[in-house]
Ligand binder design. Structure first.
Ligand code: ZN
Length: 138
């Protein structure tokens, strides 16, 4: 078992219409989402469903120039990223960077659901946008 990576924290899905997707995922999982949050800096609204130890995060763009709209235009709706919870996000960012991976932000940034996050560019990961995250303990 990895001591550095603790679990798949959530899977992020890019959706065209948040309300339609909330309805659909509530129907599939048999339970409504537990959290919603707008990340204004990214022009994204996020909706979280708990699924056992992990979560499904729906991502809807709040403006036509949102990264989610651009993603859907290019690739269509579907899996946008996989988020892994790490023990020490700064240590993992340093480690992956020294191995040649491209990080999309140089310092951890604040993401939805009370997390510090960093994305790893999909060009190094076989096309998978990887999010590292660590819970903020306050
Ligand atoms: Zn995420």
């Amino acid at each position: 078992m990895s001591e550095k990576f603790l679990r798949v924290e959530h899977i992020g899905l890019a959706v065209k219409n948040l309300n339609d997707s909330i309805r659909q995922w509530t129907e599939i999982l048999g339970e409504p989402p537990y959290h919603e949050e707008e990340v204004a800096s990214e022009k994204v609204k996020t909706i979280f469903f708990q699924v056992g130890e992990t979560k499904i995060e729906l991502l809807g763009g709040t403006s036509p120039d949102s990264v989610i709209h651009k993603f859907i235009e290019k690739k269509g709706e579907g899996i946008h990223h996989i988020a892994m919870e790490v023990k020490d996000i700064e240590a993992e960012m340093h480690r992956l960077k020294s191995l040649g991976y491209t990080l999309l932000n140089e310092t951890p940034k604040r993401g939805a659901d009370n997390k510090l996050i960093c994305f790893v560019h999909p060009k190094n990961t076989g096309g998978v946008l990887l999010e590292l995250c660590q819970s903020i303990v306050e």
